[in-house]
Design a protein around this ligand. Structure first.
Ligand SMILES: O=C([O-])CC(=O)C(=O)O
Ligand SMILES: [Mg+2]
Length: 221
């Protein structure tokens, strides 16, 4: 039985690259293709709070009314089906989320008021940035339900890790296993660099430490 996810077992310092390799080795999806960091140098990890948007044709659509329901420490994961012609996130939301200790926002869609988010120090990952509002163009269809983004099924409470390379999600029940594997991969990669600095060729060091199959699915024949 996996331990419940707590703040302490999330304080990993793991990179998305290592987590992604660990997922590959277990045959699990999780890497959110097409979503990138708004600003470099930011990292976050936390359980996801999911939000799904849908289009509207008339006045009455709105952006961000769910924010009062999001707990501190959560990562907001918004699915607007990859839509880039109107926002689902802006500066008011960045400031409020930051003040409340929300861990970051990851958007399958677009955001605006980028300078406000940067000034607040609030981290965002998105498909793009664009200034036209989603108000009267989209509305929240659901919160805290499963979403599928580019083929990855994500449930509320799954663990999202995001850094300069993008965002990756791990099923909550597999977090400990994936994090252990990712830490092992980090140690092996460190050992390869050390071996080269100690005089080995890169090819020798990679062969010695099994670099080429670190991410290979272990139950694959
Ligand atoms: O319409 C939006 O994208 C929301 C917005 O600008 C904000 O929260 O400041
Ligand atoms: Mg705004």
């Amino acid at each position: 039985m996996n331990a419940p996810v707590t703040t302490s077992n999330l304080a990993t310092g793991l990179s998305t690259a290592s987590v992604s390799d660990a997922l590959d080795s277990l045959g699990l999806p999780g890497s959110l293709h097409g979503i990138g960091a708004l600003r470099q140098g930011r990292r976050t990890v936390g359980p996801v709070f999911t939000v799904s948007y849908e289009p509207v044709d008339e006045a009455g659509g709105t952006v961000g009314d769910f924010l009062d329901d999001v707990p501190a420490g959560a990562v907001i994961l918004i699915d607007n089906a990859g839509r880039t012609d109107c926002t689902v996130w802006g500066g008011i939301m960045s400031q409020v989320a930051h003040d409340r200790g929300v861990a970051g926002t990851v958007i399958n869609g677009t955001c605006r008021d980028v300078a406000v988010a940067t000034d607040a120090g609030y981290p965002i990952w998105s498909v793009s940035r664009f200034m036209r509002t989603g108000k009267d163009r989209v509305r929240v269809a659901a919160i805290q339900t499963a979403v599928t983004i580019n083929g990855v099924l994500i449930r509320p409470g799954d663990i999202l890790v995001a850094d300069d390379d993008g965002a990756v999600v791990v099923p909550a029940a597999r977090w400990d296993e994936v994090a252990d594997l990712a830490r092992r991969i980090d140690r092996v990669e460190d050992a390869i660099v050390e071996a080269v600095r100690g005089g080995a060729t890169l090819a020798e060091a990679r062969a010695l430490h099994g670099y080429h199959s670190l991410q290979t699915r272990k139950d694959a024949s």
